[in-house]
Design a protein around this ligand. Sequence first.
Ligand code: ZN
Ligand code: ZN
Length: 393
Amino acid sequence: MRIYINKKLLWIFIPLIFVLIIVLDNYQERYIPPDISINSKNFVDKSGVIHIHTVYSDGSGTFKELSEVAKKVKADFLIISDHNTWKAYYDGKERYYDGTLILIGMELSSPVGHLLILPEDTIITNLRVDTLFKYLINYSSQALIYLAHPFHPKNPVTNWNFGRYNGLELVNGDSEWRNDNVLELVEALGGAIFFSSYLNILMDTPERALNIWDKLLESRKVFIIGSTDAHANIKISDNRKIKFPSYYSSFKMIRTHLLINEDFTGDLATDRNLVLNSLKNGRCYVGIDGYCNTRGFSFYAVKENRFFYMGDNVKIDSFINFVVLSPDTSDVRIKLLKNGKIVKMAEKGKLTYKTDEPGNYRVEIYQLRRVFPFIRKKERPWIYSNPIFVIKD
Ligand SMILES: [Zn+2]
Ligand SMILES: [Zn+2]
């Protein structure tokens, strides 16, 4: 049997396939076996999804649906933050769901912008929502407070110096598409047909947030988290909504990883404390896991055989060695920064740096991906660490 091939069509198809393969590099999730749940310093790496809306406010998902998605995408915990309500908390929704821990916080609309609140004390969940902001300004230690989507076009942060908040969202999934051009949006929609990690296209290096964070770090400890702000709810008409982008694709894309000394116990109160302590102490990092699972990332400092980790202070009385280990050792670029300025870069999966200079040291790792034919590979945002603080005395 002879197979008939139209040569003219072939001339169209070959370049098209070529273009696709190259461009697709940006969509593809790199698989690194095995999933490293223990990092090189024996921390357990817990990968969670923060800032999620449910049917209790303007999201489309129930707690049952969300817990099923969490299982599929191997998220260890979820933090729900519906707008201005504790109702889900009072309905007993904060608990374990077949191995997935679901905690309840709130997204509070406040005079300074939207705040992500995680109660440390039950007094917070007993307060009326309209009194919460005033109370938190005076008693900030009773909850963890993060500035949500600081550069959102409609609801940005309007005051960076109100009281003692714990940190900010370095990335916010719901804000990501708002600054993209039509071409990028079309590309992402096209990718949605074939790839579960199509949202990668919309991720940009969070330069404005990084700059302002470095400034804030000059005066005190402020830590970053990565948030999905997932709603899976787009209004098409008055009585039609679509579940897009799905919880599945949002949960896959942006994670906050916690490094904890021992694994979750399965007890709600104990594990809730483990999550809150890790966030409060900055022992966590942001991963754009849509590109490649970031589990296993290590960043530490060694001084005279003692080890220091993200969030820690190190006194500078002798030389310090920094070590960064990337779980992906193929096409990545590691940057070590001191007070926001790059002090060393490395292309393979490891970076080391010796210093006796004080400063806030943090790490950025980029995936090098070809986003367009014939153009050099571009840095795509992948891992952002919290700092190790090297202090004089
Ligand atoms: Zn918001
Ligand atoms: Zn939100």
